[in-house]
Design a protein. Structure first.
Length: 151
């Protein structure tokens, strides 16, 4: 088995983020947690992942401060996984992946789920990246610079 290289000390925020999240199972766990799942069995049933893999991913997400363990909301002796503020901060990442997937991974009439506003029941607007002055930005409009190089 190939040993995973840690990106924990990387200067690139994308690399560090991927180091914290781990892999696609972790993103699916976060997706399910954003949808309200909290218990190991709920995640296992939704994902169909082996219990040892799920347990390892949940441990990592807890150690990274993305999830925390808390008492069961129904008062039983079980524990539940709850998103932290850091975990809830991944919501736009999940939405961005969802919207990209809707555009790039489905045929025009192929059935798929859609994210809707709880209040209105209407689909949410597309994510947009905007400059400080409000212009919509694309990849050609931005460049990565080191913090030390900023004015």
């Amino acid at each position: 088995m190939v040993k995973r290289t840690s990106l924990e000390g990387a200067e690139c925020p994308v690399a560090r983020s991927l180091d914290a999240i781990g892999d696609w199972w972790s993103l699916l766990i976060i997706r399910d947690a954003l949808d309200g799942m909290r218990r190991f069995g709920e995640f296992q049933k939704s994902l169909g992942v082996a219990k040892n893999i799920l347990a390892a991913r949940l441990r990592t997400l807890v150690s990274q401060g993305i999830l925390e363990l808390g008492p069961a909301s129904d008062g039983t002796a079980y524990q539940e996984y709850v998103l932290t503020a850091k975990g809830r901060g991944l919501f736009p990442v999940i939405v961005g992946l969802r919207q990209w997937g809707e555009d790039a991974c489905y045929e025009q009439e192929e059935a798929h789920s859609v994210l809707v506003d709880r209040k209105t029941g209407r689909p949410v607007r597309r994510l947009e990246l905007r400059s400080e002055d409000g212009r919509i930005l694309g990849p050609e409009d931005a460049v990565v610079k080191k913090v030390a190089d900023l004015p």
